[in-house]
Design a protein around this ligand. Sequence first.
Ligand code: B3K
Ligand code: ZN
Length: 844
Amino acid sequence: PQTVYLSDYTPFGFVVERVELTFRLAPESTRVTSRIRFAPNPETTDRTFFLHGEELRLVSARIDGAEVTPDVTERGLTCAVPDAAFTWEAEVEIAPAKNTALEGLYMSNGMYCTQCEAEGFRKITYYPDRPDVMASFDVRIESDLPVMLSNGNPGAAGDGFAEWHDPWPKPAYLFALVAGELEARSDTFTTRSGTPVDLNLWVRPGDLPKTEWGLEALKKSMRWDEEVYGREYDLDVFNIVAVDDFNMGAMENKGLNIFNSSAVLASPDTSTDANFERIEAIIAHEYFHNWTGNRITCRDWFQLCLKEGLTVFRDSQFTADMRSAPVKRIGDVIDLRARQFPEDQGPLSHPVRPDSFQEINNFYTATVYEKGAEVIGMLKRLVGDDDYAKALDLYFERHDGQACTIEDWLTVFEDATGRDLSQFKRWYTQSGTPRLSVEERYEGSDYTLTFRQHTPTTPGQDEKAPQVLPIAVGLLSPNGDEVVPTTLLEMTEAEQSFTFPNMASRPVPSLLRGFSAPVVLEREASAEQRAFLLAHDTDPFCRWEAGRGLARAALMASVTEGAAPDVAYLDGLRQVVADPALDPAFRALMLQMPTQSELAQALAEAGTTPDPDAIFAAQEALMRAMAERWQDLLPDLAEQARVTQPYAPDAAQSGKRALGAAVLSLQTRLDGGTAARAQFDSADNMTLRLSALGCLVRADAADDALAAFEAAWSHDRLVMDKWFGIQIMLAPPAKAADRAAELTGHPAFEMTNPNRFRAVMGALASNHAGFHRADGAGYDLLAHWLGKLDAKNPQTAARMATAFQTWRRYDADRRARMQTALRTLRDRPGLSGDMSEMVGRLLG
Ligand code: B3K
Ligand code: ZN
């Protein structure tokens, strides 16, 4: 595989003025004819005519009507072309039914669909498949299927054909085509300037009852983008299609979003509150891409964060507005620490804007997406809300219709605000998680905070320069009053002090409020200080963080010293959890333990080799102690968590059910599953049913319930994914790998369906102590199946190999077993480029 470098960027020698495509669909032999108008690109003198093309059979090619014979390789073709504008025509044959990689044109349950980002269009026809080549597309589809869709607005249609015209120039990665026996739920949205837009959510017959929520989410997103960012939709129709076989969550193709059915279909009976919230967020995310991604796209794939970081940031703002902002923020921090921190602190660490790659599919990462969004959050915090709005207006005005870079983005902010962002740019180019330590001094009436920042070296980056850190700080007086409200300190040096004068007494600092920068705060706060903040902090994030810190300390003490569960912590936490004035969703978050993987990381950093079994045992012991100590409280909490109204997946009800689930999990420690079984039997929605099932699995008392669940839901693929997943994810660690191995023999296990594969293997990887079973059974099983999947679907296989990214944390024996599993995988004949890059980086 070849490495591509950002520094090697050169523009393409030609511009594309127009693209006409005709598809004659057939499962084994689809014919694609293209007619493309090329003209010399005035921005360059290089006239090398190279078109990407992979897995295509070229039938014929013509330039200005005359037959030509291009030089064809596995990667594409070159051809001699005229000096002036010309028309290229080609006919190719492809076999969508044989496409198990789910990239390009493929089939899912008899339906044709496409996935072109990042480099899938080259599997459809010969084309300059790079995002800086933008063109308007006219598409004709021929087949006897009732529904045939492509990008843009509908054109002529008749017996056996349909035409589509997309007036907005777009890169090929936004191309989409769908054809099949589909049904739609439809609606209309009128933009604020009065233009009606037809909305359709297309599904397989039978799935229509699961479409209401998605369509509502779409309308909310369209309204929100008008109100908050001033962005209107720009076509007559907006189509969404649900597809069962899909590598990612969803794809923002212009006017024709394609969704993994798990990311759009929902009903109370089959989906959990978390599913509903996620679907709302993904619909919003893909819709928001219409402006941040489609109207303004990326010059090259190194700039991926330009659209992804910004769009994730926008969808978080949307969710914060639709639901609870503090709960959303805390959830995002949990997710960042669980997925992005391990990536940034391990062998896969890369900058938000990488500077080289072999396979771009391997860079759709938590760093590009979630850290990319954090960087935008910091920018907004630094310049303020008004200047952020000004900058975004300028961005849309200046760059509409263009393929841009991070430099363009930062220049917009510099021009709109007059700030120099050259140091801030390091957030895009420097990898690794900065570590921030702090010292306090109280002298006279001056209170001084001295911060030091330091970023450990990461692969390929030995030197790190100080980054701009927005540190939001509040100060509390010893009686719990807030004496200094949230203040933003702007740290630019490696070491920097900030003084607060006239402090009558020594305050207690509340640091990094709202998680104002994605750093590790290394702070030796005492248990008393944490307990104080847990009781008094006005910032919900810091309040939650204080509780989290206490839980982490208690668990680490139990692992390293065999300490008994910390009673003071349990009593402090009880005050918060029992407070009926607090949002149940927030209280549920307070009850969530630090993850076992997070503890493993914290132990490794503290110089203790993490023992997954000991971590599991410590967590269980703490939960049991909590349950026993709060026995009197649990019934009351369960009552507060009870929802009496008909099911609705809104923030208020979801929060109550989340609290109820945490309580049930504690209750199960006391009764072995009686209450959980009762809830499982009486549940009238999937959220209650699944949380009960999870408790039973964890108590190793789920056999009957699992059988009943399977019997009731075997007809529903998405529900069965939950069934496969939960019994592995929450299995007692000693049983997880065997359970996963057994389920790969279940008749409904289909390795080529990414959702099902993830339901089994992803669940195994997420059962920390189960995956890290001392005899290596978890490692071997995962590596074996990743090898098998790699032969069919390299993208999903390579992505799941990231389960091994923390291997260096563990003891010598486990390390050796993981290395062996990875080497065996690496040495498989015919390994894909995706997997070969991934395993190479993992082994370092
Ligand atoms: N842009 C797509 C991701 C495509 C991934 C290709 N490997 C989904 C999204 O971020 O909205
Ligand atoms: Zn996206």
